[in-house]
Write a protein that binds this ligand. Sequence first.
Ligand code: PHE
Ligand code: ZN
Ligand code: ZN
Ligand code: ZN
Length: 297
Amino acid sequence: GVIIFNEGQAGEGANDRRVLLGGTLGEPTVNIPVVGTTYATGEELAAAGTTVTLTTDTESDPHRKTHNILAESRWGDPSKVVMAGAHLDSVTEGPGINDNGSGSAGVLETALKANRFPTVNKLRFAFWGAEELGLLGSEHYVANLSAEEKAKIKLYLNFDMIASPNYVFGIYDGDDSDAEGAGPGPEGSDKIEKLFESYFKAVRQPYTGTDFTGRSDYGPFIEAGIPAGGLFTGAEGIKTAEEAQKFGGEAGVAYDKCYHLECDTIANVNDKALAVNTGAIATATFVYAYSRDLPGG
Ligand code: PHE
Ligand code: ZN
Ligand code: ZN
Ligand code: ZN
């Protein structure tokens, strides 16, 4: 058996977001009701050819322990690693379904499909712990990479909040050309942004540039000079009239009025945004799985 286990950082009670994806360790195997259509157990992941490794023990305080979960494809050049990730923890105030069950579900769905195909490059999927406590899981991961391992990671794709109820289709602004407060990412980040743009054009959906300042798990990657990109449908910010014209939804209302609140439940998900963005995750992952000219070389 393969264990994929995340305690999250929540305490006890109804808001505890305890996710168990299959297990040994004396724990019963439980299917997680992931947002969308995917149910997966560790055995299914293993059967799909995924190697699952528990890595970090990040101590957020003396009483709690949480984990990153890393799943790697069996095929692909191990010196050319394509990474995609999402944080699996939530704030203690709520169950964290849009933030970030949504991104976790999109990455999991892609991971389960990806392993049916022998790829040119190695795929590595990350489910981060303790993002909400200050990117602790991803910081720990990047900080513990050797120079050699770091050089093999050619890009990182991040998905944190991809199904906001009053969504926009935001693409991390890796080229510094369209969103306010965005800085250019490491060279190659612009190419990732362009790939996502071409996806949204192909499915005839509008898109916009969004914050690329490091406020999610891609932060440690861009600090380490690894090209990154990703998607974001909006948090506590207020949708403008212009955005409501372009994307529909309600102007003058938060993209996610349940951001970091108890009401971030399964009802707090826009199904269309989830489906379109999951398609974007799968598309980008597969393009890079077969690319011989990756953003990071
Ligand atoms: N990382 C934030 C969170 O998990 C999400 C976010 C990113 C919000 C960027 C705003 C801007 O809460
Ligand atoms: Zn959050
Ligand atoms: Zn988040
Ligand atoms: Zn841009």
